[in-house]
Design a protein around this ligand. Structure first.
Ligand SMILES: Nc1ncnc2c1ncn2[C@@H]1O[C@H](COP(=O)(O)OP(=O)(O)OP(=O)(O)O)[C@@H](O)[C@H]1O
Ligand SMILES: [Mg+2]
Length: 362
């Protein structure tokens, strides 16, 4: 089957994994911890689904529920149409063959070579034979480690260790790969390499990927859909470009803005104040153009019709999925009579406007 996601991110036909009304409660020193509260999600075959939340939000607990490593107190976990909480041990074992998992700290066996690590799940399941050994070598080639099969984990970089972990998961012929903060201990460049590898595996093998992260840039870079979690609940969910264009909750807005915050030039950031304390002061605004609005000549219209004395401080164009995102930081004299009209115009154009603060007039 050709994977429809990389091209179109269309809505799914059939979910591969379905969670329905999952609750999970732990006890700590006699007090209950509601790790998951009424969590439902559908993970389509061939998709890359991201789950983002702060520490303690319940992400790892949720991921462990997907392969029934964790038993929810309430709810259903379906793999295709099989209920993993109600099926026989044999059926559960069979379903788990299709679900691989990778972790932040790789979980490799230090006394085994790269190849031996990759063969381990096949040994455990008693499926090791000439054919599967050949496939394990193919998996190591897929992740670019064909020349390091005899190395030990201590001789590898973090990125290479994660590649071994991915190859080990693939060698079991998994259909879905669960990634628990798989790039969190890697530097930015190696993170990009691993994300690109996951993207390629998704495209080439139709591998379904579910990844949890606390970094919105990971979601932006490879996910089709995203779930935002907080305190055991799903706050928001949707296609990544929609969530970036129209974040609803304060938490989601914070995540999204943390990406755009990197755009503020240092010289502006140093002088930025929360009030107009200079005479004259300029107000500094960040405009976020999403989708269609990014293509319209809004700024020239603004200057033309509202006679606004606008300084463009910085600008940036980004692609998220199929959508274009533009951020523009502008400054306008704080006392300008056309400021209110300009803001009203921007709002009518569905452009998100955020006040960053005030600077001495340029
Ligand atoms: N085995 C356990 N026993 C008791 N409490 C637990 C257990 N596992 C998780 N918790 C609690 O459940 C909540 C959710 O934990 P979880 O590990 O799922 O969060 P997380 O979103 O993965 O956080 P992080 O980003 O720090 O990894 C936390 O309050 C945690 O302390
Ligand atoms: Mg976790």
């Amino acid at each position: 089957m050709k994977n429809p996601y990389p091209q179109s991110r269309l809505e799914p036909i059939e979910p591969l994994i379905t969670l329905k009304g999952i609750h999970k409660r732990y006890e700590h020193k006699g007090k209950p911890i509601h790790a998951l509260q009424d969590v439902s999600m559908e993970i389509p075959q061939g998709s890359i689904t991201g789950i983002i939340g702060r520490s303690g939000a319940g992400k790892s607990t949720l991921l462990r529920c997907i392969n029934a490593l964790e038993k929810p107190d309430q709810g259903d976990v379906l793999f295709e149409d099989k209920d993993l909480l109600k099926c026989s041990r044999e059926q559960l074992r069979e379903a788990r063959h299709h679900i691989g998992m990778i972790f932040q700290h790789f979980n490799l066996l230090s006394r085994r070579t790269v190849l031996e690590n990759v063969l381990l799940p096949l040994e455990i399941t008693g499926t090791l034979n000439t054919e599967s050994r050949k496939y394990a070598l193919e998996c190591l080639t897929l992740v670019g480690l064909e020349e390091r099969i005899d190395a030990y984990p201590a001789q590898l970089s973090g990125g290479q260790k994660q590649r071994v972990a991915i190859a080990r998961a693939l060698a079991g012929k998994v259909r879905v790969l669960l990634c628990d903060e798989a790039t969190s201990s890697l530097d930015p460049e190696t993170t990009q390499d691993i994300l690109q590898l996951l993207k390629n595996l998704n495209r080439d093998l139709d591998l379904t990927v579910v990844l949890i992260t606390h970094e919105i840039s990971v979601i932006r870079d490879i996910c089709h859909t995203v779930y935002v979690m907080d305190q055991g609940r799903i706050l928001e969910q949707g296609a990544v470009e929609n969530i970036f264009a129209h974040p609803q909750s304060a938490l989601t807005k914070n995540f999204v803005q943390s990406i755009f915050n990197r755009d503020i030039p240092e010289v502006i950031q140093e002088n930025l104040s929360s009030g107009p304390e200079w005479a004259p002061s300029d107000i500094v605004l960040r405009l976020i153009f999403a989708g269609e609005t990014a293509k319209r000549p809004v700024i020239s219209q603004l200057i033309h019709e509202y006679d606004a004395a606008i300084n463009i401080v910085s600008g940036h164009l980004d692609h998220i999925g199929q959508s274009m995102f533009g951020t523009l930081i502008i400054s306008i004299p704080h006392k300008s009579s056309s400021l209110d009209k300009a803001l009203e115009f921007l709002s009518q154009q569905h452009i998100q406007v955020e006040t960053l603060g005030y600077i001495p007039s340029l």
